[in-house]
Design a protein around this ligand. Structure first.
Ligand code: CDP
Length: 217
């Protein structure tokens, strides 16, 4: 079973994907980390963020073991990731790594922006997680505060709006709801309620028996 979870910045898709993966005993890939790590590698090599050739080469050189998650989760890398993610050749360089992960025996959970539309069009179910921009900014501000970053709600809201525009407006694999995705609006749901709602979607899609076997295995 390949579960695709897409959605805009700070919609809670990462938390949801992690919880579902743990519950179902499936491996999980946060594909945003690939774009964050590409941007990090580019900057660490002393290149400008807008250096296309260097960004493409950084993406081609990336391996799943390259992630120091903590250094990638900050606000600066989120912004930088959305710049390199708009380059079609960067996206192309990262397709195989994601598809290989998705097609492991037994399945996987992947979260990102284009999992259901481009990376795994055959995934089932596809869940598009969303929430109001204000709810997302509140959550992201709390998360960044928890990481010890100095944050101002207005600045985070502004970042998210800009990222929404960049992610939805780009020509290469823009953020959009796949035709066969189920939209899960978490504006009024806490983490637990969002998890329960997502699990219900997965159960409806897979049927109880498959899921019981999945959990046992
Ligand atoms: O956690 P959050 O949603 O804020 O960020 P993320 O999922 O780590 O993604 C960071 C940026 O990477 C996004 O704003 C997208 O521009 C890009 N991204 C993408 O283009 N495609 C993906 N599958 C995942 C992330």
């Amino acid at each position: 079973m390949i579960i695709a979870i897409d959605g805009p910045a700070a919609s809670g898709k990462g938390t949801l994907a992690r919880r579902l993966a743990r519950h179902l005993n499936l491996p999980h890939l946060d594909t945003g980390l690939l774009y964050r790590a590409t941007a990090r590698a580019l900057l660490d090599q002393g290149h400008d963020l807008f250096d296309r050739a260097a960004a493409i080469s950084a993406a081609r050189g990336l391996a799943l073991t390259d992630f120091d998650e903590d250094s990638l989760r900050g606000r600066d890398m989120a912004e930088a990731a959305s710049v390199v993610a708009a380059i079609p050749e960067v996206r192309a360089a990262l397709v195989e790594i994601q598809r290989d992960f998705a097609h492991r025996q037994g399945g996987a959970v992947l979260d990102g922006r284009d999992i259901g539309t481009v990376i795994c069009p055959d995934a089932r179910p596809k869940i598009f997680v969303t929430a109001s921009v204000e709810a997302r900014a509140t959550r992201r501000a709390l998360e960044l505060k928890g990481r010890g970053e100095k944050v101002d709600y207005a600045a985070v809201l502004d970042d998210i709006r800009k990222r929404d525009a960049r992610d939805s407006g780009r020509a290469a694999a823009p953020l959009k709801v796949a035709a066969d995705a189920i939209v899960l609006d978490t504006t009024k749901l806490d983490v637990e309620a969002a998890f329960e709602a997502a699990l219900a979607i997965v159960e409806t899609c897979a049927g109880g028996e498959t899921l019981a076997a999945q959990r046992a295995g």
